[in-house]
Design a protein around this ligand. Structure first.
Ligand code: FAD
Ligand code: FES
Length: 281
């Protein structure tokens, strides 16, 4: 018997121990995981995902929400919506989960160097964008203006609120947040995330935009960014589709001629605009 081929090894889950569990929102948890097989950490690019396996229950794609500069700890932020995500979110310290990956094409951070950066996050969409924000902050001097816009349903559903406050306190980031429904504690904007765009300061022609959230939000955000003058090939969206293999073999994640697992999940708007419109009709 020879060595397993690289492709088959990419299909085998590695054991990772849960080292920390933090409840972010009523239905969202962040897990920190460490590899237990001695094969080293998961080095990843912002926007990539892993296949997370709750043994005996099933496997789901989940974006990496940690810091790309700290690959020793694998961080995932997960909303409990169904059988597998509920099992993953119920994991306790020292439980073991399976991890395959990282997979996919992430946010093209390099494409934004030298120009302005606009980041738009709707709801849980801030989780796949957090590694990008951290990467941009780590090299802040190499970008122009950086605008972060965040939308949430309510003030209580604003993700990573402490970290967002830290970003807000920086003089070199423009951070704007809005909620659909306010409460007496909320001092910020009320309304949809695209309503924040007109007041955001950036030079459209040199801007690279990164957008993640519900598909309808991404469709409106991308269209408005393009209307404002951001080139459609510089507007990047992270797509979600059901997945099985995550390596471009099974076809479950087909999106037009592309596979979300292998060609995405991050795509330029110029490539997928037509597919987005068809799906929303
Ligand atoms: C590339 C990629 C990255 C992802 N990153 C994350 C992440 O960082 N964090 C995270 O929590 N999830 C993420 N997801 C979504 C996650 O994979 C799904 O929520 C998960 O597959 C649901 O599986 P389940 O067995 O728990 O629920 P299922 O039994 O598959 O679904 C239960 C119910 O929830 C609904 N549902 C399924 N997916 C979603 C969803 N995304 N949002 C709301 N309702 C849903 C279903 O329609 C169904 O009604 C990502 C998906 C992809 C493709
Ligand atoms: S999940 Fe199998 S091809 Fe993408």
């Amino acid at each position: 018997m020879g060595q397993p081929s690289p492709d088959s090894s990419r299909l085998l889950p590695r054991p990772f121990r849960v080292t920390r569990v933090r409840r972010e929102l009523s239905d969202v948890w962040t897990l920190e995981l460490h590899a237990t097989d001695g094969e080293g950490p998961v080095t990843f690019r912002p926007g990539q995902f892993t296949m997370l396996y709750a043994f005996g229950v099933g496997e789901v794609p989940v974006s990496i929400s940690g810091d790309p500069a700290k690959p020793d700890v694998l961080v995932h932020t997960i909303r409990a919506v169904g059988a597998v995500t509920r099992a993953v979110c119920a994991a306790k310290k020292d439980d073991v989960l399976g991890v395959r990956g990282p997979y996919g094409e992430g946010w093209p951070v390099e494409a934004a160097l030298g120009g302005d950066v606009v980041i738009m996050a709707g709801g849980l969409g801030l989780a796949p964008l957090r590694p990008l924000v951290r990467a941009v902050v780590a090299r802040r001097g190499t970008f122009g203006r950086v605008v972060l816009m965040i939308g949430a349903r309510t003030p209580a559903s604003l993700l990573f609120s402490r970290e967002v406050s830290r970003w807000r306190s920086r003089f070199d980031l423009e951070v704007r947040a809005t909620v659909d429904a306010s409460d007496p504690t909320w001092k910020g904007e009320v309304g949809v995330i695209t309503a924040l765009l007109p007041r955001a300061t950036f030079e459209p022609a040199t801007t690279t935009a990164f957008v993640c959230g519900p598909e309808v939000m991404m469709r409106f955000a991308a269209a408005e960014l393009v209307q404002r003058g951001v080139p459609p090939e510089r507007v990047f969206l992270s797509m979600e589709r059901n997945m099985k293999c995550a390596v471009g073999v099974c076809g479950h994640c087909q999106f037009g001629p592309a596979f979300v697992c292998k060609d995405g999940p991050v795509f330029p708007y110029s490539r997928i605009a037509a597919g987005l419109r068809i799906r929303e009709v």
